[in-house]
Unconditional design. Structure first.
Length: 621
């Protein structure tokens, strides 16, 4: 790997900083300037990848972090959804036709599913693709106002291709949602093709550098060969054929991005915010800890440690969980390609659950990092607002988090129901086949095994109780749908408990795998702090069935507080270990050299509002 961890050849680091780092300040740009600047950097990025012969995924991701610090470019939907969908859902012939062009950026695509009226409820989408055997075409149409495609990244101005999810109709019969490759714009003029009305959906909470757009079809014809036909085909005469595979295969792109979001969005976003807040807390001196003594680093205040060190532990946990989620995705996806689809339901459930759980925790954590930085945390110079708006989008796209937790809960209820009928669960839910031990093994030593067992107990109990409550609701006369809805708060909490246990278990396994005893001890402290904070913040879940008692909770609190001072000496080193380049951080507060005040003043003086302008003088006179 050429670049991983800043291993960029030195001379090219200067070039990268010239190309991407020392360029015009993002914070001083208008939305249109930000969008244009992103397009320029996309072109530079593509040229640099060719120049440095960059193919290794990790290298490209690291380099992307330099080129597009804490922002998504149009390459996100193109490389993250358009190309993977072509590869996963296209026939060999279709892959040969479109993937090389897409990988050379001769065509730029996006993933076009959400509509004005529907995003979550995929089966409620209205765009139609009606097959005409006479012309051997699919006619795409937006039959209603609410069917207008709305939100796809890059759709507004940039992309000239897209994967459109539409209802397939043949001879009046609806075959459900299918993926279609659609050329949107002329490759010569870049104008929308006749029959398409397209544009940008306007300013958003963040994502200024992406033209999320709208697309209305007016009886727009595409060749029969443009329906992605790996799993199902439409023959020239309109005959529909499909392999006896899970109809949910057309949802594959969503599983892929959800699996990647855990590391790429939640893990990276929270780790950057912790880096900024903890480095700044080591620089910032404020108030008096002791009379007539110099102002201390704010990182020496226990309350500051209590704010930031649990988030540091969470950042490591989400990072490790994101790496594991990617491993599982590629492993199960390979099994599916070989026809073994047994683990698809579990992959859907764990990717949905972890995507929701980690993006919610990361959003909350990034905001706490901002709050811990006082006034300068509220400045755009901190880099934290941009990190926040970029990460929090992950709570909504690729499946709104509540809906994703309910999908995870649906799987857990299926598994738990199976256990009661004698089926042995495996993988991430194997613990549901074990007898729930009510004996708490937590002692003042707080071994990682005992802590993980506590989270296992909590998850198993909450899943069991959610299932029993569902059954009671149905037994009392509610139909299955009403019972599900009346139980949905309990179900989402059970899904969260399952994801929380999974994350603690992953962290424990990583700590146990470390050979260096010094590193092992430090990571053990972080894992203990993660678990103890989880118990403290959800103490009701642990004492409700008597699993933990008040004395044990007191031990938890004492250990939590003592860990703060144990972690303090290594806190800055632990964020330096994330190895973010200053350009990737995009923060004056988080600079590696710690030269905050001088650069903050230099930055402020450059702000456009300080440029003399008659109009303002006239207004202020
Ligand atoms: C390389 C990536 C980098 C990381 C990202 C970085 C940057 C990204 C930048 C910006 C974001 C970019 C793009 C954003 C894109 C989008 O947002 S695309 C649109 C995403 N939209 C959604 O996710 C919609 C969410 N809704 C749904 O998925 C479905 O409507 C829902 C699952 C909620 C319900 O579907 P439905 O068909 O109604 O299913 P049921 O609930 O009835 O369940 C039926 C069974 O099907 C199983 N199932 C459902 N979904 C899947 C799936 N995806 N895969 C496999 N199986 C699935 C479900 O479990 C049920 O099974 P059982 O009957 O229980 O056995
Ligand atoms: C930054 C960003 C980028 C995006 N990029 C793309 C893209 O490239 N391509 C694309 O196709 N789409 C994209 N989207 C759209 C995104 O996928 C949808 O917004 C998302 O799936 C949520 O659907 P929705 O907007 O319909 O929300 P809704 O479902 O309307 O959510 C509103 C509320 O309803 C609740 N709710 C909905 N259904 C249920 C239920 N069954 N049970 C309980 N509560 C429920 C939700 O929990 C939420 O609180 C993007 C969105 C964003 C924000």
């Amino acid at each position: 790997m050429l670049f991983k961890g800043g291993g960029l050849p030195h001379e090219s680091l200067a070039l990268q900083e010239k190309l991407f780092g020392a360029g015009p300040d993002y914070n001083f740009m208008t939305r249109i300037e930000r969008f244009k600047n992103s397009l320029v950097r996309v072109q530079h990025f593509i040229r640099c990848c060719a120049r440095y012969n960059l193919h290794d995924h990790a290298d490209k991701k690291w380099f992307e972090g330099v080129a597009f610090p804490n922002e998504v470019s149009v390459l996100g939907p193109h490389s993250g959804m358009f190309i993977p969908t072509l590869k996963e859902q296209g026939s060999e012939e279709q892959i040969q036709k479109w993937v090389p062009q897409a990988e050379k950026h001769q065509i730029m695509g996006t993933y076009i599913q959400t509509e004005l009226g529907h995003g979550t409820f995929v089966r409620g989408l209205e765009t139609t693709a009606t097959y005409d055997p006479k012309t051997e075409e699919f006619i795409l149409n937006s039959p209603t106002l609410t069917s207008i495609k709305w939100w796809p990244g890059g759709l507004g101005r940039t992309c000239n291709f897209g994967i459109v999810m539409a209802l397939l109709y043949i001879d009046g019969k609806n075959y459900g949602m299918h993926p279609f490759v659609v050329q949107l714009r002329s490759l010569k003029t870049h104008e929308p093709l006749p029959g398409l009305t397209m544009g940008d959906i306007g300013p958003k909470f963040g994502f200024d550098t992406v033209d999320n757009g709208y697309l209305q079809f007016n009886h727009f014809g595409i060749p029969r060969e443009n329906m992605l036909m790996k799993y199902c085909q439409v023959l020239k005469n309109g005959t529909y054929t499909k392999q006896t595979r899970n109809p949910k295969f057309s949802y594959g792109a969503m599983i892929f991005v959800r699996s990647m979001v855990v590391y790429e969005v939640a893990g990276q976003g929270l780790a950057k915010a912790c880096t900024i807040a903890i480095r700044y807390s080591a620089i910032r001196r404020q108030s008096e800890l002791k009379k007539s003594r110099p102002e201390p680093q704010i990182l020496d205040y226990q309350t500051q440690q209590y704010k930031l060190f649990p988030l540091l532990a969470l950042a490591y946990a989400v990072w490790f969980t994101g790496v594991r989620m990617k491993e599982i995705y590629f492993m199960v996806n390979n099994e599916i390609k070989q026809g073994h689809t047994e683990r698809l339901p579990e992959l859907h459930a764990i990717s949905s659950g972890l995507k929701a759980f980690t993006t919610s925790m990361a959003s909350w954590g990034i905001e706490r990092c901002r709050l811990a930085c006082g006034g300068h945390g509220y400045s755009a110079a901190s880099g934290l607002p941009k990190i926040y708006v970029n990460a929090t989008g992950g709570c909504t796209y690729e499946g709104e988090n509540t809906v994703m937790l309910l999908q995870c809960a649906r799987f857990l209820m299926n598994i738990y129901g199976g256990v009661k009928n004698g089926r042995r669960p495996s993988g991430s839910v194997n613990y549901l086949g074990e007898r729930i031990s009510s004996r708490c093994t937590l002692t003042s030593e707080f071994t990682l095994k005992s802590l993980a067992d506590a989270f296992k107990h909590r998850a198993a109990r909450m899943i069991k109780e959610a299932s029993e409550r569902l059954n009671r609701l149905q037994a009392s006369g509610n139909d299955p749908e009403d019972s599900w809805n009346l139980n949905s708060v309990v179900l989402t909490k059970a899904a969260e408990a399952h994801c929380h246990y999974y994350m603690v278990l992953v962290f424990e396994s990583v700590v146990e795998s470390v050979e260096d005893n010094c590193v092992k001890d430090i990571l053990r402290q972080l894992c203990q702090l993660l678990a103890l904070c989880g118990i403290q913040e959800n103490s009701g879940d642990f004492i409700q069935d008597g699993f933990l008692n008040n004395d044990q909770l007191e031990l938890v609190k004492q250990k939590q507080l003592s860990l703060l001072s144990e972690i303090r000496p290594n806190a800055v080193l632990l964020v330096d270990a994330f190895e973010f380049h200053d350009v990737q951080l995009g923060s004056i507060l988080g600079r590696f050299d710690g030269n905050v005040y001088e650069n903050l003043f230099k930055w402020a003086k450059k702000t456009p509002l300080n440029k003399p302008e008659d109009l303002i003088h006239r207004l202020l006179r």
